[in-house]
Structures are given as C-alpha cells and as structure tokens.
Design a binder for this molecule. Structure first.
Ligand code: ZN
Length: 154
C-alpha cells in the first residue's frame, strides 16, 4: 500500500554490474545515451547501462534494475514474445494492454518462481528474461500441439 507511507528519501539506484551509484541524466545531458528524449534515465556510463523512470514519477524512482546492452536486448525480445499473449488476453478478458501485460508477467513470475514485487519486465535479470522467453516459446508450442483453444495470432 502506497497510501499513508512516510515520504522516503530520493532513490539512489546502484549499477548491478559494477556497483557504482547511477547518475540521473536528462535529455541533452552529457551522460544521456539517446539522441531523442526518452524521459529521465538512471545511467552508469562505464557499463553503458541505464533504466528509465515511470512517465509520471516525480521522485524519479527507477522502473527496475539498470540494464546493459545484453539485458536491453533480452527485454526487447521478451516484450516481443509476450505481445501476442497480451493481445489474446485483451480480447479474451476485455482488459486494456497495461492490465493484460501485468497479468502476463505475473503469470510468468509464478510459473518460473520469480520474486516480483510488481509485474514489470524491468525487474528481471538477463537469465530470467531468457528463461521467460523459453517458457513462452514452450507454452506456445504446447498450445499448437494441442491444436485446441485459441490460436495465437501469427
Ligand atoms: Zn556500472
């Protein structure tokens, strides 16, 4: 529960790779890794690792762990693997993409025994992303083999 909690100190995320304190960079700052504005980012420059903050966050709480190139790539592949399931869930359960994505990630976390305080792929490690992608592929293959139920869109 968020309500009623005392105001906490501003976050200081550490880099998972080297342990250094991440720096909050804004668009056009020297440390900012993108040429266009993706909102504020917590950055570890030596590791080329970063993580964003929620769009409406005023305290710049990081979305999850800092991600280097390999983890960013894995999260992007996991996102792509999940989207067909999310689309199917939206149709079936009549929920929006945000809710459907949350349920899909919660399902993955339960299936694979991840400890996720909230359903976000930004909390996953590289290994967990790879496990999750493999799990989704196996799930889809099993579904196809069954030949029953709802087909995933191609
Ligand atoms: Zn680092």
């Amino acid at each position: 529960m968020r309500v009623g909690r005392p105001v906490k100190a501003l976050p200081q995320p550490l880099c998972d790779y080297c342990g250094a304190k991440a720096v909050l960079a804004r668009f056009a700052d020297e440390a900012y890794p993108y040429r266009d504005d993706h909102g504020p980012l917590w950055v570890c420059t030596p590791c080329e690792a970063w993580i964003g903050v929620p769009a409406r966050s005023t305290r710049n709480v990081p979305l999850g762990r800092l991600a280097n190139a390999a983890l960013r790539d894995a999260k992007s592949r996991l996102h792509d693997a999940l989207e067909p399931l999310v689309a199917a869930k939206m149709r079936r359960d009549k929920v929006n993409a945000f809710e459907a994505r949350g349920k899909a990630i919660r399902w993955l976390g339960e299936e694979l025994g991840f400890d996720l305080p909230n359903p976000s792929i930004h909390l996953l490690s590289l290994e967990q992303c790879e496990q999750a992608i493999a799990h989704i592929e196996a799930f889809k293959a099993a579904r196809r083999a069954e030949g029953a139920g709802e087909r995933e869109p191609r």
